[in-house]
Design a protein around this ligand. Sequence first.
Ligand code: ZN
Length: 406
Amino acid sequence: MNRTSRLNCIIPPHLLKRLLESEDSEVRQAALDTMLTTARLRGERAVRASLAGPTATATGNGRRTVFDCDHGSFLASAALARSEDGPASADDSANRAFDGLGLTRDFYREVFQRDSIDDHGMRLDGYVHFSVKFNNAFWDGRQMVFGDGDGKMLGDLTRSLDVIAHELTHGVTEHTAGLAYHNQSGALNESISDVFGSLVKQWSLKQSAEEADWLIGADVWTPGIDADALRSMKAPGHAYDNALFGKDPQPDRMSKFVHLPDTEEGDSGGVHFNSGIPNKAFYLAAVGIGGFAWEGAGPVWYEALKASSAETQFQDFADTTFQKAGDLFGVGSVEQSAVLAAWQEVEIPIRGVPTGVARARSLAAAAGNGGVSRQDGLAALTRQVGELSAKMTRLAKEVAALKETG
Ligand SMILES: [Zn+2]
């Protein structure tokens, strides 16, 4: 896989395209400039990659350095704004980028004992005030670059911690499963970035799964724009619905899967569309388990990510999370039952689990969702299993007794 030729941008192409249709010429111009600059960077990276081969990753104990592009679009001419041990910058964007890189790095270190993005202390470089009215933020495999937004639609992209964590998680995925960025594996790649992007935000705010907003990019729009966020993991398809961008196109279950061509025009097979399905599964699993999502569903997804590969599909990933939940928390545990029920809800039933068991377990987990204690539902289920096994033991003894007398 070529790790150096792709840019991961937070604002999906279908939203930028809508901005090109705006009645405001300044908005149209900013959207066009953003798309042209991004295309130029993509081209440059592709050429560089084909000439030089993969770039070695810079190591450095996860040390952060933030540079100020001062509205230029050549990273090499950016000036140092803040370094790991240096004083705070006078520039808010530089400080926010610095903090966001640090919180993401610390989350991975403290929660998953992961040493920076590549697990080998990769240094974290950030560039702020990139280009003019640049409506995006991206990770290019080596550094994180932030635009200021056009100020009319999109604001300064350093303001969203989940955006920073989303982008850096693309790096984590590259260094683990390497999920190919197209079709289902690409939608999983996008979903993984939303999952851990949201978890970094929840972790920094010490929010439980119930308290979290489960929105991605809640702070990217300017205050005047009628939209909650870029995406909603809790309610895919409902992050926005307005005249400017239309309705959020994300599906929340397999029967609504969006079939798009594997082209740039088709969002590489709808990677920013269909990520809604695994996003919803994660949300359901996290809420089904309850408490802090980075302690329950988070580790399950992280282990499943590490066990995945480039062409992993939704079904494979779902099956792996079920298995990992069993490994981490025990077969038949609350956690594993919640994972099972979550995937069933988005119409990806786990393979190899008899439907009766799946139904019973999902009922038990649903009892937890509905306010009735999940523990009660599970306790009832466990009791039934206990009674059944006691019956079996009695029966076995009777058979043995019969044999002896016979
Ligand atoms: Zn992304």
